[in-house]
Write a protein that binds this ligand. Sequence first.
Ligand code: ADP
Ligand code: ASP
Ligand code: MG
Length: 410
Amino acid sequence: MARLVMKFGGTSVSGIKEIENAAAKIAQEVKRGHEVAVVVSAMAGETNKLIEYCRAVSPLHDAREYDAVVASGENVTAGLVAMALQKRGIQSRSWQGWQVPVICNDAHGKARIEEIRAGEIEKRMKEKEVAVVAGFQGMTPRDRITTLGRGGSDTTAVALAAALRADRCDIYTDVEGVFTTDPHIVPQARKLGRISYEEMLEMASMGAKVLQTRSVEMAMKSRVPVQVLSSFVEETGSDFPGTLVTGEEDIMEKEIVNGITYSEDEAKVTLVKIPDIPGMAAKVFGPLAAANINVDMIVQNISQDGKSTDMTFTLAASDLPRAMEVLKSGSDLKGVEIRSQENVAKISAIGIGMRSHAGVAQTTFKALAEKGINIQIISASEIKISVIVAAEYTELAVRALHAAYGLEKE
Ligand code: ADP
Ligand code: ASP
Ligand code: MG
């Protein structure tokens, strides 16, 4: 007998038929004798619709009320899944974030889970009751509803698995596992049997939305094994049909490159003729950090005349308007020309085998050159190479790198 957390994403609960299908999978695991807790997303498209409602009322809406609205999608599916389980003769109860409770900080719209007090759920689990927890939501210390950022139900699931000391967290979705790249863009993508936490963390943070980045961070920290698998194939999680995200020590074959990711939520800011004197970087990035804006790649050119230089950095496109406002009015950059560009994408190649191999980046450069794709910025870390290219080349670049690193299925 194992203790499992089973999470169902938006497409896996997109209608009554899909909810019945999810309930059947849950029932199967319960009947095998496993202790099960469930986490659900809102029905596919629901969260987008709720966000649109908020924007329609006011583009500058209150973040607390935004959370109250967008958290509601998950409440519906939690209740429906609990009902579908009861119909199958399984004791079940739905739980909203505040009922568990899932305690979060007050960064509304992208809150972090600080603690899950799962005592009551655990007690009832031992009495064979299946908890169906609304993902993506929690409660601040001041009792306001909060949400965890897009894709946040993954994080609820892993955090609940950690709090319950579960043997595994199964993430049911619309693809059969983690692939070498997004299978919806590259049909030749190959499903990975296993992937290390480290690689999965890089893939998620570089744009593979199959798992929310924070869920991987949490799984790695609490050493919860995570399996990604499809809701729409016959087997359940206990048959191990998906991809296991696990410690590096459990990975036999350390591939040089295991995955290619892309992110189109990217923008580029260039500061032209910034004085080449100490303290300038702090003047640029200090106010951005204070405004909670993360910057990613940073490049500074060598000064030609010893007086001024150019600096370029990237950030999430969704943060660009606020960043421009901060740089233009909130920081001390008189005389510096600030340019921005939105239609760029970041393409990355990721693999733990890179640590012990030289010349890996050259494959990226050559493959892009052969397709005539210009590289605007390059950055590399121990297990990743990323480049910024014009957004119109995203798919072409992903396919080129996927083929160049030999990732296609046989
Ligand atoms: P859910 O609603 O179940 O949470 P998501 O849409 O958030 O599902 O995530 C699943 C999607 O992630 C897939 O449909 C796929 O298009 C995308 N994806 C991107 N990169 C990858 C990858 N490397 N492997 C698998 N899926 C990926
Ligand atoms: N429903 C939320 C979203 O669409 C959370 C999730 O699906 O994980 O972002
Ligand atoms: Mg998701």
